[in-house]
Design a binder for this molecule. Structure first.
Ligand SMILES: NC(=O)c1ccc[n+]([C@@H]2O[C@H](COP(=O)([O-])OP(=O)(O)OC[C@H]3O[C@@H](n4cnc5c(N)ncnc54)[C@H](O)[C@@H]3O)[C@@H](O)[C@H]2O)c1
Length: 333
């Protein structure tokens, strides 16, 4: 059992992970500014403690680490919009690097030696081959991906100098919602493909835009690897178990190894919901690669990770159930 500080635990992936940490017998202390997160998630996370605060607030961080005798940190708190980061890199460097570093220095001073970090497929940039494994070159094409790569490097050197062991999990596209229907995805603004398709199905938006129909893929639309948020969450529990068992600093890609095109996602959303979805053609967005598919062989082999909700219809069905039953999201703001 670990006392785990979960930064960003009131957000989408953080709340699903907190649920599984509780189930695995750990004691999660969530540090979240609630700028983007949702206090309503705690109704479904009995046993988790919320500390409302910022990773950049040195005093709150240090007090929290001490008060709750934290022995491991799962660090989700970050901004995560690629287009926003291109327009406003300062916002991303300040939050994802400077504030994360305030957290990490407090972790170091408290003598905590275990950190799990939310990294991203965005660290790889334009794929040179597919599926993308851990040895693929990392050349981010936007500030968001760069901040994630920079923090991986910071963690590497904090191990060399201070012995902090860390696991960097590079997620591909997180999707779906808690299969028990308690937690879901409530981002404002929403930018992800599956929620936007479902909003079009539910009449919350007039249509879904398909950016680029001239990619060198089977149907001309971009291909992405989707991973169910609960499968992502379970990878964090395994990573924590490995660190508790003495694992060295390591890094893993997390996807399903299967790519789905934009058209396939929309068609599957039509099948799953039984509702019409109007799809509209739009030009390519700069920096969007044609295909992004992960190899997750390493985490499968080394940590025994096994996705339970890896098929696209299940991801879409769980997301749809949550959006259908929560037409205004958590409605807690
Ligand atoms: N969603 C994806 O598909 C995806 C893919 C790759 C990587 N990631 C990474 O996973 C992590 C979680 O993503 P998400 O989709 O759950 O995002 P989210 O916005 O739902 O959750 C992030 C949470 O962090 C909190 N937060 C942000 N900055 C903070 C700070 N300085 N101090 C305290 N709290 C802060 C927000 O209030 C929010 O609750 C992020 O680090 C993101 O970069 C997400």
């Amino acid at each position: 059992m670990s006392n785990v500080l979960v930064t960003g635990g009131a957000g989408y992936i953080g709340s699903h992970t907190t649920k599984l940490l509780l189930r695995a017998g750990h004691k999660p202390i969530v540090l979240d500014s609630l700028e983007l997160g949702h206090p309503a998630v705690f109704k479904f996370l009995p046993g988790a403690t919320l500390v409302q605060g910022n990773t950049g607030d040195d005093q709150i961080v240090r007090e929290t680490l001490k008060k709750y005798e934290i022995d491991a940190v799962v660090h989700f708190a970050a901004y995560a919009s690629v287009p926003e980061s291109v327009g406003n890199p300062e916002k991303y460097y300040v939050n994802n690097i400077a504030k994360s570093l305030t957290l990490l220095n407090a972790v170091k001073d408290a003598g905590i030696k275990k950190v799990i970090f939310s990294s991203s497929a965005a660290t790889f940039g334009e794929p040179q081959y597919t599926p993308i494994d851990e040895d693929h070159p990392q050349k981010p094409t936007n500030p968001y991906g760069q901040t994630k790569l920079d923090f991986e490097h910071i963690l590497k050197w904090y191990d060399v100098a201070y012995g902090i062991k860390s696991t960097w999990l590079r997620y591909f596209c997180a999707a779906g919602a808690d299969p028990e229907g308690e937690l879901g995805e409530d981002h404002t603004p929403e930018t992800h493909m599956i929620p936007l398709s479902l909003f079009a199905a539910l009449g919350k938006r007039p249509d879904i835009k398909m950016f680029g129909l001239d990619y060198p893929t089977e149907d001309g639309t971009g291909v992405r690897d989707y991973i169910h948020v609960t499968d992502l969450a379970s990878a964090h529990v395994l990573a924590l178990g490995a660190l508790n068992g003495g694992a060295q600093t390591n890094y893993y890609n997390l996807g399903n190894g299967k790519g789905y095109s934009v058209k396939q996602v929309i068609d599957t959303a039509r099948d799953v919901t039984g509702l019409p979805i109007k799809a509209v053609e739009a030009p390519r967005r700069p920096g969007d690669p044609a295909v992004l598919v992960a190899s997750s062989e390493k985490i499968t082999k080394e940590l025994g990770w096994k996705p339970q909700y890896g098929d696209l219809p299940t991801m879409i069905r769980t997301a749809f159930e949550w959006f259908r039953t929560h037409p205004k999201g958590y409605a807690d703001k």
